[in-house]
Design a protein around this ligand. Structure first.
Ligand code: HEC
Length: 251
């Protein structure tokens, strides 16, 4: 805001110097690129969560809620590793998993089964960089029920997101409010991405608790992306095209 003949006039893009306009433009372009990279990163790291290509609600649910229908070990011996194990041994392994995969039964009952074929490949010395099943610690990692992201990593990504994105949205919004659009639309577009970040982060925790909230994660993420895209595109356009009103000419 500045004063002009006693009236308070809001700052607009035409009040900016060329240097400021260049600064805004470069910043907006890099933020836009960053957003695309973030989306691509989410896609490639999440699309295979449910074992099927393409990002879906179940991918999102799997990363926060986990796939609680079984363990990675059970999925493997029913799927890709099925050929390396006999029916009877498989049933014993599954029974052990259902029983909580305790260490007490490992040496006597489970390790002999693994020794038959699995340990040909699943030991550190095989050089295949596979999970090592010769110790209880090694197999324990694939024998736990997958309950999704841990509370600690959820808290970690949450605070990074809240600090990082709110700062980014603050800078983006400070540029965007210098545009000339319907005042209610402007107010909406300033608030909606902030609200979306809050709902997004809150819905990660809700999804960890109940997988049905995965849809909220996707909708909030979509609203955040759309609001940011609109702020960036409108600003980029108006920075270089917005003309001062006729009354301002000659100032
Ligand atoms: C011929 C070598 C070989 C044998 C024998 C073998 N595996 Fe595997 N296993 C692999 C390879 C390679 C992968 C990784 C590629 C994949 O997931 O298909 C793998 C992956 C796995 C995984 C998935 C690990 C993860 O990170 O989720 C599990 C669990 C597993 N095997 C269990 C077993 C069990 C149990 C046996 C014995 C019944 C066994 N494997 C026998 C080669 C082998």
């Amino acid at each position: 805001m500045h004063l002009e003949g006693g009236n308070v006039v809001p700052e607009r893009f035409y009040d900016r110097t060329i240097s400021e306009k260049l600064l805004y433009t470069c910043f907006l372009l890099l933020v836009g690129l960053g957003y695309l990279m973030a989306t691509a990163y989410l896609y490639v790291t999440h699309e295979m969560n449910d074992g099927k290509p393409g990002l879906s609600i179940s991918d999102v649910a799997d990363s926060y809620y986990g796939n609680r229908s079984g363990t990675r070990l059970e999925a493997a011996i029913r799927g890709p590793m099925a050929g390396y194990i006999e029916e009877g041994d498989r049933n014993l392994l599954v029974a052990w998993l259902k029983d909580g995969a305790g260490e007490d039964h490992f040496e006597k009952e489970i390790k002999p089964i693994l020794q038959k074929t699995c340990l040909n490949c699943h030991v550190a010395s095989s050089g295949m960089n596979l999970p090592d099943f010769s110790t209880y610690e090694g197999i324990h990692k694939v024998a736990e029920v997958d309950t999704g992201m841990s509370m600690a990593s959820l808290l970690k990504v949450s605070h990074i997101h809240l600090f990082g994105i709110s700062l980014l949205l603050f800078m983006l919004g400070s540029i965007f409010i210098q545009s000339e659009v319907n005042i209610w639309f402007k107010r909406f577009l300033v608030v909606s991405p902030m609200l979306a970040v809050f709902v997004d982060v809150a819905s990660w925790f809700l999804t960890k608790w109940d997988s049905h909230y995965a849809i909220v994660v996707i909708v909030a993420g979509g609203i955040l992306g759309m609001s940011m895209a609109l702020q960036i595109l409108i600003s980029l356009f108006q920075i270089w095209t917005l003309k001062p009103p006729a009354s301002r000419h000659g100032i």
